[in-house]
Design a protein around this ligand. Sequence first.
Ligand code: EPU
Length: 337
Amino acid sequence: MVDVKQNVSLKPYNTFGVEAIAHKFIDLTNETRLVDLFEQDLFAQKFYVIGGGSNILFTQDFSGTIIHLSNKGIQHFVEGNHVYVTAAAGEIWNDLVWYCVRHNFPGLENMALIPGTVGGSPVQNIGAYGAELMDIFYSCRAFDTKTGQFRTFHHVDCAFTYRDSIFKTKYKGRYIILSVTYKLSIHAPLNTKYGAIESELQKRGIAQPSIKDVAEVVSYIRVEKLPDPGTIGNAGSFFKNPIISNQQLNELRSTFPDIVYYPVSDTHSKLAAGWLIEQCGWKGKIVGQAGTWKHQALVIVNQGAATGREIYNLSTQIVEDVYKKFGVELEREVNIL
Ligand code: EPU
């Protein structure tokens, strides 16, 4: 029997720390229980699956069932020059990073301290400091809430792009990811090209960094720059960095020569949304109980007592201001419920 709780506060289950009540709530530690839930027709009604709650904003109470995934376990096996690491969806992402660091498996260290769980990692193709989940993803096992069947997705099935995958588009809300397998190249060179990593390693006098050195430096940079969700509610970057055509970029550059951008292809470039937001005067600005982080304007913070609606309204003001000034539409990276 699955333990279904009624009227549960979601405050401990979202890193924004906003209050919202789930009509029904299930803490799922064992995937076999999904079959019972399917047979009870639970997935025919409104439901939503959460892991670490680090990429979600509740703007109202949830009238359906929240399924909190908390299955655990990490295993690996080595084959030639590769290691396959499989982690249960409910594992904390950063615990997996340090599992790999301890075993000397490279590939996850640049993504140290990203909040959230393993299950969320392919959904939004998490990334940081020059690394992206899609670089190391091998497969994931998922439960199809439409058919009640289990299915394995390989890399080609997932349609990964920047902060996006098939689980956010075509299959949004359909599959529950239960475990993820990462394929790591045992002798892969470390990726320390990202400016902030390079300069911090230099400051520490480390010329030949280990996997652990990189994980430590990335963790240090994140702690310096990003607010700790344990103390100040937030969900990391609230918006995606917008991708625009080079033609639009050139027009913008003639008016805003300092605009921060990175080429992503021959025809398109990515703008630093943090820069756009800062130029609109929003960096560190607080309205009521919500605002943006003083060191990184792309992060919206809860000053303590913000409601989800208040945070959402603030994000709308930012979207409008950026559009008015630059003609660029910011897209929310955080899921709004
Ligand atoms: N910038 C500003 N003002 C700001 C913030 C940024 O001018 O307030 C400009 C600066 O020029 C800076 C540039 O934007 O050099 C890029 O900033 P940063 O290195 O902080 O990266 P980002 O593009 O803002 C992305 C990810 C982060 C990830 C960092 C580091 C997205 C949406 N965000 O941020 O991911 O940690 O790169 O790799 O792609 C997250 O997704 O939750 C997240 C924190």
